[in-house]
Write a protein that binds this ligand. Sequence first.
Ligand code: IMP
Length: 429
Amino acid sequence: MATVAVVGTQWGDEGKGKIVDILSQNADYIVRFQGGNNAGHTVVIDGNKYILHLLPSGILHEGKKCLLGNGMVIDLEGLLNEIEFMKRVGVKLEGRLFVSERAHLIFPYHKELDAASERLKGDGKVGTTLKGIGPAYKDKAGRVGIRIADLEDPEEFKEKLKWNVREKELTLKYVYNYPVSFSVDKIYSTTLKLYEKVKDFVCDTVSLLNREIDLGKKVLFEGAQATLLDIDVGTYPFVTSSNSSALGIASGSGVSPKKVEKVYGIAKAYTTRVGSGPFPTELKDKVGELLRARGHEFGSTTGRPRRCGWLDLFALKFSVMVNDLDGLVITKLDVLDAFDQIKVCVGYEVNGELLENFPSTAKELERVRPVYETLPGWRKETTKVKSLKDLPPEAKNFLRFIEDYLGVPIYMVSTGPQRDETIEIKSLW
Ligand code: IMP
């Protein structure tokens, strides 16, 4: 297999970072295609914990090439921080990091607009990461965004910036009644200084990537966020502002969908969500608290406690469909080691009727009642288990139940944060 993609199947934080890290060992290129530093991928290597927001997790593998695609929105300061962090821990980036000149930039006014919009929405807020993601994509779609390529011509950049700053000042003042703390001069000089330090990594990634794929190089596409946060098929409006399912790979990397050979979905053995929005299997009781404590469910970007609940197979089935998943990776199985009984949601009911399809609107999803099957727990530690056959029978039964319900094979099971706390069932490459 030369091109594979990994995407989240729930509401994010499925543990994609670790799986991408493992898969990176066999990849030539690791490509991010959407989002920005709203993502937080945690990788633990030799006991050291790395949290990456922009750079693909593959960057920690010597010699592997990492690419930030045209579909991303990039905060140059965040990018430089990660580049400098990598240098400090001895990771060489020269010749290994490629940033798309077509990617859009996040500026301070995007972050202020994010905060102002959330404030105005009040109880109806999305619960964003406040990284300016939505406003940056809004500018992109509105055709007023500033791309990395624009920084090559400082005069033109200044003109575009002036227009944007004026528009944002007016919006913040008259729409949001929100204080403005940015200026053209400050953004202009800071951005150009930052650009000087990262410009050697900037290039035409679309041509590069297509050329390399045609040469047979192995490419791993790394999704950030997840399918149910996708702007088009997710639980709108409680979503991120990009196509964070496999649907975004082509547009966000400039590679035809015909070139993506396999798509794998990552699913946690239970469900979590950060931010607002419907969550049918959410548990606001001791069971939810136990899941949060055992799973260390606190946001790696914002530190917010994650909402926790049982595995929602009905939602997962929708993810399997839209991504046309070839296989699944189940993560954090060990978190369930402590439970006598494990529930899985196998359907949604509204007014006593079972739904056929996953709801298209958040309003409808708020109204559903999850229908559960209860499976026996295993009450044994799974973290040290290295092969499927050595898992407790109840854990094998749980995994088989997932496969049977979804009609998709499980390729890998993760039982802890370390690279070797993994059960490989089939090769993902
Ligand atoms: P935004 O991407 O900052 O605009 O946030 C929109 C929604 O996506 C919020 O509910 C966030 O909590 C959620 N979100 C964004 N990035 C992540 C992530 O990496 N993991 C989980 N949720 C995320």
